[in-house]
Design a protein around this ligand. Structure first.
Ligand SMILES: Cc1ncc(COP(=O)(O)O)c(C=O)c1O
Length: 439
């Protein structure tokens, strides 16, 4: 932080914004967001906005986003400003740009901007949330055997540091027979009077299985009816592979926390993410990294407490960031809004159905992801008889088809049709997999 301090600089440069001016700036931002600049015309034009190599069929785009035109242009704009006058540009943009990003995220999620903390990744959000939960002695965390490294490791680190008991359950017996009811039932049976936190992953990147989050939330709500507010089971979800795929608002979903990176399916700048928390749930968290929120910092300089600021503010870690990326995140939400959430979901489902139906019909392929879109989203996992997953991925890459291997103890081939793909590309991919048995 500069030694002249935030307020001093603001006053001297005439950049100080009164609360009223700030509110006006926010409402202008809102108005401009209601009429997105980028309008969706068709899928070919959408694909043309990504500088992805046209020689490849990208079926691992969810791994790390390629930046579409409006995101790329915003990053370049902020980078040029920061390079020309780092401190001046920062003071001029920090508050208003962060407000814009929060408002865009809130509009997209159907939430309030003060319910959202900004992070650099899903992993950062999970680490902050699970590491910083206020739990009383005897209160336990219930999680599953299906979660990603980042959830499992955040919980393990917490358990090692604080002694919190973390219980892991399997939500289903077999992917072949899994049902939404089975998963809800498994969760319900595992909740005990000691359970205070439930930690799950919406869409498993190990198998492509999607959990019935809404039904699970209802089951948790039912078990909460006999508990006081301070004993309520809090439902936390790694929502990474649902955000930017599923058509939802957080109130419909029903969980207490949704943690996600915005640099995968959302096409946000690399190194961005968020934690959304229900206003009633935020008090269970405690920040670990000091926020650099302007109000919190100003209060600190005046020797005043910032405890009345929203907890999401404290949970937005400070230190300086790659601001050119963070401040371009609103463009990614607007990019999705311009297409329309339901159209996004429909397109991803159609391409995934095409891939799954094609794979299911191949005798040398074992499809692991359920075909039903009730139990899957945008990730398809499978095996090819007699060929290790790594080899399948390498052979497909030789044919210009980019996939990945699931980074878990059990490894599968993983393809993820997304908005940048076309039905023709999926057909070419199926042809490539069909020919694998012959090669
Ligand atoms: C389910 C899941 N959660 C978390 C992560 C980590 O995401 P991030 O890179 O945003 O930390 C991944 C994959 O990268 C994932 O598949």
């Amino acid at each position: 932080m500069s030694d002249i301090g935030r307020r001093g600089f603001l006053v001297r440069t005439g950049l100080a914004l009164s609360a009223a001016t700030l509110a006006e700036a926010c409402s202008r931002t809102l108005a401009s967001q209601q009429a997105p600049q980028n309008t969706f015309t068709n899928w070919e034009n959408l694909r043309a906005q990504f500088p992805l190599s046209p020689r490849l069929i990208h079926l691992a785009a969810f791994f790390l986003a390629s930046h579409p035109t409006p995101v790329r242009e915003a990053i370049e704009r902020h980078r040029a400003g920061l390079d020309a006058d780092p401190i001046g540009y920062w003071f001029e943009h920090e508050e208003k740009q962060e407000a814009k990003v929060l408002q865009a995220a809130a509009d997209y999620l159907g939430a309030g901007p003060t319910d959202i903390a900004l992070t650099d990744s899903t992993t950062m959000g999970l680490g902050l949330l699970y590491g910083g939960l206020h739990l009383r002695s005897g209160e336990e965390i219930l999680t599953t055997t299906h979660d990603h490294y980042s959830t499992e490791t955040s919980l393990r680190l917490r358990a090692e540091r604080t002694g919190t008991v973390v219980k892991q359950i399997s939500l289903y017996r077999s992917l072949k027979t899994v049902s939404r009811d089975e998963m809800v039932d498994s969760l319900q049976k595992a909740i005990t009077p000691a359970t205070r936190i439930v930690a799950v992953t919406w869409v498993h990147s190990s198998t492509g299985l999607k959990l019935p989050i809404h039904e699970m939330a209802l089951a948790i709500e039912a078990s909460n009816r006999s508990r006081d507010e301070q004993d309520r089971v809090i439902f936390c979800v790694d929502g990474l592979h649902g955000l930017g795929v599923e058509d939802f608002s957080v109130s419909e979903l029903g969980c207490d926390f949704l943690v996600a990176g915005t640099h995968k399916w959302m096409f946000g700048p690399r190194g961005t993410g968020l934690v959304w928390g229900h206003p009633k749930a935020w008090p269970i968290t405690q920040a670990i990294i000091p926020t650099f929120n302007a109000q919190a910092y100003d209060l600190w300089m005046e020797n005043k407490s910032s405890k009345d600021l929203p907890q999401s503010v404290h949970m937005t870690p400070g230190g300086f960031h790659s601001f050119e990326h963070r401040w371009a995140l609103d463009e990614a939400f607007q990019f999705h809004q311009a297409i329309g959430k339901s159209k996004v979901t429909q397109r991803i489902y159609e391409l995934n159905q095409q891939l799954k139906q094609g794979l299911a019909a191949m005798r040398h392929v074992t499809l692991h992801t359920p075909v039903s879109q009730d139990l899957s989203a945008g990730i398809v996992c499978f095996d090819v008889a007699g060929m290790p997953p790594r080899q399948v991925v390498e052979k497909l890459r030789e044919r210009g088809i980019v996939g990945s291997v699931t980074p878990y103890a059990t490894k599968y081939v993983r393809l993820a049709p997304s908005l940048i793909n076309s039905p023709k590309e999926i057909e070419t991919t199926l042809e490539g997999i069909r020919n694998l048995c012959a090669s």
